[in-house]
Ligand binder design. Sequence first.
Ligand SMILES: *Cc1c(COP(=O)(O)O)cnc(C)c1O
Length: 498
Amino acid sequence: MQYQSTRDKTQKVSASQAILQGLSAEGGLFVPEQLPKLSEPMLECMIGQDYIQRAQTILEGFLTDFSPEEIESCLKGAYHVQKFSGPQIAPLARLGENAYLLELWHGPTCAFKDMALQLLPRLMTVAAQKSGDGKEIVILVATSGDTGKAALEGFCDVPGIRIVVFYPEEGVSLLQKLQMATQEGENVFVAAIHGNFDDAQSGVKKLFCDPQTIQMLQKQNRVFSSANSINWGRLLPQIVYYVSAYCDLVRDEQIALGDPINVCVPTGNFGNILAAYYAKQMGLPIRKLICASNKNNVLTDFIQTGVYDRNRPFYATTSPSMDILISSNLERLLFHLMDEDDAAVRDLMEGLKTNGRYTVSQQVLNRLQADFDGGYCDEAETAATIKRLFDTYSYLCDTHTAVAVSVYESYLSRTGDDTKTVIASTANPFKFPHAVLSALGAEAQDADEFEVARKLEELSGNEMPEQLAGLREKPVRFTESFAKDRMNDALAKALQNV
Ligand SMILES: *Cc1c(COP(=O)(O)O)cnc(C)c1O
């Protein structure tokens, strides 16, 4: 199977090239030319299987230039019981009559990014062996928190790859900073930047295109690649858990094979919910995809009106991984909804770049609304939902998950659609101890996040995961910070002494 660019369909590459390149040369995103089908007999067969076996079936359909043995070895390394807190990988927790939380945070960094970033480095290594030019891959990441740590953990000590992570010095929580600064591994480097996330992000983009930097890399027999969520290798692993959740529901006799479900996803860059859309297009019985946003509700407006407009205030919320006004992966959905019209996609993206907005046709809007519903939830409602879930079900959820639960509940009362619904739960609550503790009505002003977490343990009866609690004792390895226009110094430092 070939992959084509959303902005120029004549650009076609293999699966391994799509994963290695990340982005097409003209700026488009790679999408599969056709989708493998998931038939009912295939689903029936998967019901008795474990997560890795289910993933094997799905990945084989997409990674046609990988051998089944290569895929199996990647999967077994990524979803190892020593990395995830149990063999279930992505378990479901029941929430009342019709809803289930799909817990995607049992991996090494306690956020759903692990689901993809444990697998991507392994896929990349195999892909690099296929291209066979022997170059070392240098991954650059700009992070506002969760992605950086999950990428460091995924790429740590992977042969043939180095990783450099840039984070805004004042823009991440103490826990997130410690997670990154204590990272082990011989091939990792972490740099704080004096600036905000956008500075780090544009600095990385500059390095990617800087002729001098590229020349330096060439001399060293190295090449850049990217691990951010527009890489097809990050979307693909996310399709698996929606299929797996459906199989679990059938296995546990919550639904019958063939019954439709709804899926509700707390959304930022539109990657996670797009994976659910692909699962639906492949044949998984999904009725509605419910797109949940926080106060940065650009997607809610888009789904309701067909106008995407990023010219609006930006809010820093308690669900920071959803504080995004440009949802990059939406481009892939537009490509599919517009009958793969690459020129039209190019026009919309040009409009977004120059005017910060675009409008889709009535026909595209109708198609969008046939598959998607959207809603958003403000800060007070996010906190109230955390408290309500804890009081009603003794279930402690994080802020991102709370946004999704709240949007699902409004959807249910607005539409009366009581189809069984899988709600993506994207982070462990102990990653955001201040916001969660104060949502429960307790004093959360202590500066020390470990102290706040201890209070949260006491109040909730839940335990802080060892990966987070253990950070307190881990030696800090990376303390350097760089001016935002000196990120090349950080890179040079990361690449020396090899
Ligand atoms: C990244 C992230 C999201 C948003 O996912 P997208 O794929 O960007 O839509 C939601 N919740 C958490 C905790 C995240 O880390």
